[in-house]
Design a protein. Sequence first.
Length: 188
Amino acid sequence: MSTKKRTSVVTLLATLAISAVSFGALTYYVVNRPPADPIRTETSVSSNARQSRTDVPARRESVETHSPSYAGGQFSTRTEPTRVPAGQDPMVFAINNYLDKLKNVPKEVDVTNITVKNQIASVNFNDKMNGVSFGSEDEQIFVEGMVKVLSQFPEINSVIFTVDGRRIETFGHFEVLDPVPIQRASNR
């Protein structure tokens, strides 16, 4: 075999060996690499739903507003699309719209902001929520209704409640120690 042919065979074999080692190393990396951090979404928007704020970016032009219904021991809501007033946070607007329709919630009670972190919405009430009490059915209408309202926002999977940033653990007999899970139509 000539020297030229021997050099090309050696070069070919070296190239194949380097390729095989590179492919093996790449395969090892892909199989054994640490998991990537999940993409986290964090949204924090403060808004007093009673006032229009132009510094709050509108993420949605309309939301489904809910009207409570409790008949024969069954709670439900009727929905209708409603335009979000300019500058208002859609989540805060939708919740305060619902609260305005509840007979046993004082009109001074408002949600001041909703923060979403790791798919958990923190619904923050103003201090007028302190001392508000409900009957058992009213508790269900209050909590489950707010959770239904927030189910239209796909970035939320569960809900906690606060008053001026302090965690609420119960609404009368209705415990909310853990985040309340969102039940969407496909899950029912």
